[in-house]
Design a protein around this ligand. Structure first.
Ligand code: NAD
Length: 439
């Protein structure tokens, strides 16, 4: 169990006796302790209940998946570790009423709630499509009502998505998804490619923050990690690479030579990358009217221009990518919702979503995949540099009432990078604790 994130003095105080007392008397937020991944831990903190509403199609797959992962399906009458509600077959407004019957089970769930739906765009009948779309509102609201670190998410399961559904259920039910809350995700069909003995991942901006955590989690999940950062990151980058048994590549991702250098490095030294994480990013915050060309240009160049140029070079250079390679881009909640003082940053991060959507089709024809994660407020050097009031607001204005940790984003990236998530493609997954300022 992790305590309050480092650098969160209120989160630490409110977990002391006087802090708890004060918060209870005044109604101040009491952020729950989040259960995060630890080696050897059980998937769930209690038994799982998998329930199918009218026309449910995935109950057996989910039950098998949870059983295989060591979960008990003997739901009993005590607390549940997970509640999975298969609502994918609901077709009428009247049938939506079946959700109400799950309220007592929701009340006793301490961990994960997953709702399964169809992909609304695949449903022809207008009422059935409306009903399936309605589940998003249900999930987003339930996420706001859940307490104690319980998360609620929606998996939109396409026909033939069994492999990815299994993978998604395992991720979303586990402690690895601690900070993913109130989010919909399309899970499509797709079979994993055979995995190489030594998978190779490249992470840009790996010297600190989310990039360093991503290098660690990818190394833990069986990758040699090529840790990329600017020359000035020197010893910090080396320390990360040493810790994860990876290697370093000093590279300014905006340099003219960067695309070619990276492509040749991956092709010549590693026979291609299995995973590419476009993580390097910067902020230069100021109001639009005060923005100069340097503050605009540098943010757009690092955050958006570089991922476009690097991806193009990797796709063009023979041998730079291994079969089945998966890209993950670091977008941001602010690229979805916008943020005062961040027109430059939000433009770059929304642009990355456009890049993912544009590339998903053509890449999948070549057996590759591309997704984005959109972090909310994460405790890193980037957010430590924010002024105190917006920083505190960023932390508390989420359903989980706290900032996330770099590892929360890293776990999500590592899941999206996994071969058995093959059917998750062209998606944007927010890792934001259901931030209330987000769209
Ligand atoms: P950070 O500032 O802690 O680390 C960013 C890293 O990128 C640094 O090591 C830096 O040296 C490197 N970098 C910057 N410019 C580079 C360049 N030109 N070439 C190579 N490396 C370069 O940032 P973070 O908070 O860990 O964020 C990582 C990513 O996640 C960024 O893309 C950021 O926009 C995104 N993000 C972060 C948050 C958050 O709350 N921290 C929220 C949303 C999105």
């Amino acid at each position: 169990m992790a305590g309050a994130p480092a650098g969160d003095p209120y989160g630490t105080f409110v977990r002391t006796g006087p802090g708890r007392f004060l918060a209870a008397r005044t109604g101040l937020p009491r952020p729950p302790r989040l259960r995060r991944y630890e080696e050897g831990q059980d998937l769930l903190t209690g038994p799982a209940l998998v329930t199918g509403l009218s026309g449910a199609r995935h109950v057996d797959t989910v039950r098998e998946t949870l059983r295989a992962a060591g979960a008990s399906l003997d739901a009993g009458t005590g607390n549940l570790g997970a509640l999975v509600v298969d609502a994918s077959g609901l077709r009428t407004v009247d049938q939506l009423g079946e959700l109400l019957a799950t309220a007592p089970e929701f009340k006793r769930t301490r961990g994960r709630v997953l709702v399964l739906s169809a992909v609304p765009a695949d449903v022809e009948d207008p009422e059935a499509r409306a009903v399936q779309q309605g589940l998003e509102g249900f999930v987003r609201s339930l996420g706001k009502e859940a307490r104690g670190g319980t998360t609620v998410n929606l998996l939109r399961v396409a026909d033939g998505a069994t492999t990815s559904l299994r993978s998604a259920v395992q991720f979303f039910c586990s402690a690895r998804s601690a900070y993913v809350d109130g989010q919909p995700l399309v899970v499509g069909p797709g079979e994993p490619r055979p995995v190489r003995d030594q998978r190779v991942a490249v992470v840009t901006g790996a010297a600190q923050g989310i990039g360093a955590a991503t290098a660690e989690v990818l190394a833990r999940t069986g990758h040699h990690v090529v840790c990329v950062d600017i020359a000035a990151s020197g010893e910090k980058l080396a320390a990360v690479a040493n810790r994860v048994g990876g290697s370093t590549l000093h590279l300014d991702v905006t340099a003219d030579s960067a695309p070619r250098t990276l492509a040749e490095h991956l092709a010549d030294r590693f026979e291609g990358a299995d995973v590419v994480v476009h993580n390097a990013g910067i902020t230069r915050d100021r109001s639009f009217v005060n923005l100069d060309e340097a503050a605009w240009g540098s943010v757009l160049a690092v955050n958006l221009g570089a991922p476009i140029r690097l991806t193009t070079a990797l796709l063009d250079h023979p041998g730079a990518l291994a079969p089945g390679a998966r890209f993950v881009c670091l977008s941001s909640m602010n690229g979805i919702a916008g943020a005062k003082g961040q027109t430059n940053y939000s433009t770059s991060k929304a642009g990355l979503i456009g890049l993912v959507q544009a590339l998903a089709g053509p890449l999948s024809e070549r057996g590759f995949a591309v997704n984005a994660v959109a972090p909310g407020f994460i405790e890193t050097p980037m957010t430590a540099a924010m002024p105190p009031v917006p920083r505190e607001l960023g932390r508390r204005t989420s359903s989980l009432q706290q900032g996330g940790l770099p590892v929360d984003v890293a776990e999500t990236i590592a899941w999206l990078a996994q071969p058995d998530a093959a059917g998750v493609d062209g998606q944007v997954l927010r890792v934001c604790g259901q931030n209330l300022l987000g769209a």
